[in-house]
Design a protein around this ligand. Structure first.
Ligand code: NDP
Length: 393
C-alpha cells in the first residue's frame, strides 16, 4: 500500500487524483489531504478517504472544518497554514506526494517533500519555473524521485528511453539520441480569433478551453499560451535541455500530448483523450499501468490531426516566457509572480486581456537582474515582483 499525500486535493488535478485512487483502493491509502479554503469539499473527501490529516492553508476554514469533523466523529486531525502543508508533505509516514496546489503557494510544500526524499508527482509547474536550479539541487541532495504529471511532460517522459525516465532533471538528450523535444499545445480558445478582437476578450471567453477542463488560472494561461511558456521552462529543468533541444508545436486537437524526435528520424509520441487521469495514473503506478477511468481514443472518429507554428503576435506571452527561460532564474521567477497577479486582476475584471502581457513584460524587465541564491531570495523576489506588477494596473 502506498501512503499518499494529495496537496491541492480540492482542485481539478486533486479531484482527478482522488478519482484514480478511488479506482485503485488496493494500491493507495490516502495519508493526508491539503488545500486552501474549500472546507465543504475537504469535509466530503475526508469522510470518503479517512486520511490521518486534513490541512487547509486558511486558518478560518481549517477551524470550520475541525468543528464539522468533530461533529461527524471523524478521527482525522486538522492542521492549518503553510506549516501544516509542509508537515503532511514531509511526514516520515507518507511515501509519495501529489503536488497540485496552484501557483507559487505550491512551492514550499513541494520542496518540503523533495527535501524529505519523497516520491513527488509534480503538477505544480510553478515550482520549477520559480526555483528550477534550487529544486534540482534539492533533488540531487535528497535522492527524491520526481515524476511529471503535466500532460505534455508526462508524454515526453513516456516517449524517452527508460534510462532517461529514471534520471529526470539529470538526463542527457545527447546520450538518448534525441534531436528535439516537440512540446505540443492546443493554441487555446483564441487560436483563430481576429488579432484586433483580443483586446476585448472577457474572462468567460478566456477560461473556455476548447479541449481541456481545468482550473480558471491555468485556463487563462492556456489562452495566452503563458502556460506553454511555463511548460517550456518546466521541460528545460525536467529534461535538462539546452537552447536548441525544444520547440513548441500548436496541435489544436490535443490528441498528441507531446513528442520526442530522435536522431535516426523516428518520432515517438504519446496519444490519448485529453483527461488528466491518464498522466496521473501513469506516474502513480510507474512502471506499471493501472485503471484511470479514461476511455480509449477512438481513431475512427478522429477527423484530422493538424499542426502549426506558434505566431508570437498572437501569443506574446509565449515569447516572453521562452526569452525568460534562457535569460535566467530571476526572469522566470518574476514572470510567474507578475502573471499570477495579472491573471487574478483580469479574472476580477480590473484589467483588460492585453494588459496581462504588458504587466508581465514590464515586471520581468525590472527584476530580471535581481540576485537569487536560495529559496528565501526566491520568495523575496516573488514578493517584490508582485508589488511591481500590482503597481502597473
Ligand atoms: P485548481 O484551481 O483547480 O485547484 C487549486 C488547488 O490549490 C485547490 O485545491 C486549492 O484549494 C489549492 N490552493 C490554492 N491556493 C492555495 C494555498 N495558498 N495554499 C494551499 N492550497 C491552495 O488548479 P488545478 O488543479 O487546475 O492546477 C493545480 C496545479 O496543477 C497548477 O500548478 C497547474 O498549473 C497544474 N496543472 C493543472 C492541470 C489541469 O489540467 N488542471 C494540467 C497540468 C498541470 P481550495 O480549493 O481550497 O482553494
Amino acid at each position: 500500500m502506498e501512503k499518499i499525500t494529495v496537496l491541492g486535493s480540492t482542485g481539478s488535478i486533486g479531484r482527478s487524483t482522488l478519482d484514480v485512487i478511488r479506482r485503485n483502493r488496493d494500491r493507495f491509502n490516502v495519508f493526508a489531504l491539503g488545500a486552501c479554503r474549500n472546507a465543504e469539499r475537504m469535509l466530503a473527501d475526508v469522510m470518503e478517504f479517512g486520511p490521518e490529516f486534513a490541512v487547509l492553508a486558511d486558518e478560518d476554514a481549517a477551524g470550520r472544518l475541525a468543528q464539522r469533523l468533530e461533529a461527524e466523529g471523524s478521527a482525522t486531525r486538522v492542521l492549518a497554514g503553510s506549516d501544516g502543508l509542509c508537515r503532511i508533505a514531509s511526514s516520515p509516514e507518507c511515501d509519495s506526494v501529489m503536488a497540485a496546489i496552484v501557483g507559487a503557494a505550491g512551492l514550499v510544500p513541494a520542496l518540503a517533500a523533495v527535501k524529505a526524499g519523497k516520491k513527488l508527482y509534480l503538477a505544480n509547474k510553478e515550482s520549477l519555473v520559480m526555483t528550477g536550479h534550487l529544486f534540482v539541487q534539492a533533488l540531487a541532495e535528497s535522492g527524491a524521485a520526481i515524476l511529471p504529471v503535466d500532460s505534455e511532460h508526462n508524454a515526453i517522459f513516456q516517449s524517452l528511453p527508460e534510462t532517461e525516465q529514471r534520471r529526470l532533471c539529470f538526463c542527457s538528450m545527447q546520450e538518448a539520441g534525441v534531436d528535439k523535444i516537440l512540446l505540443t499545445g492546443s493554441g487555446g480558445p483564441f487560436r483563430t480569433t481576429d488579432l484586433r478582437d483580443l483586446a476585448s476578450v472577457t474572462p468567460e471567453q478566456a477560461v473556455a478551453h476548447p479541449t481541456w477542463n481545468m482550473g480558471s488560472k491555468i485556463s487563462v494561461d492556456s489562452s495566452t499560451m503563458m502556460n506553454k511558456g511555463f511548460e517550456f521552462i518546466e521541460a528545460k529543468w525536467l529534461f535538462n535541455l539546452k537552447n536548441d533541444d525544444i520547440k513548441v508545436v500548436i496541435h489544436p486537437q490535443s490528441v498528441i500530448h507531446s513528442m520526442v524526435q530522435y536522431r535516426d528520424g523516428s518520432v515517438l509520441a504519446q496519444l490519448g483523450n485529453p483527461d488528466m487521469r491518464t498522466p496521473i495514473a501513469r506516474v502513480m503506478s510507474y512502471p506499471e499501468r493501472i485503471e484511470s477511468g479514461v476511455g480509449h481514443l477512438d481513431f475512427f472518429s478522429l477527423k484530422e490531426l493538424t499542426f502549426f507554428e506558434p505566431d508570437y503576435r498572437r501569443y506574446p506571452c509565449l515569447k516572453l516566457a521562452v526569452d525568460a527561460c534562457w535569460s535566467g532564474q530571476a526572469a522566470t521567477t518574476a514572470l510567474n509572480a507578475a502573471n499570477e497577479v495579472a491573471v487574478a486582476a483580469f479574472l476580477d475584471r480590473r484589467i483588460a486581456y492585453p494588459d496581462i502581457c504588458r504587466i508581465c513584460s514590464q515586471t520581468v524587465e525590472k527584476h530580471c537582474g535581481d540576485a537569487i541564491v536560495d529559496v528565501d531570495s526566491v520568495l523575496e523576489l516573488d514578493r517584490r515582483a508582485r508589488q511591481t506588477a500590482s503597481a502597473l494596473f
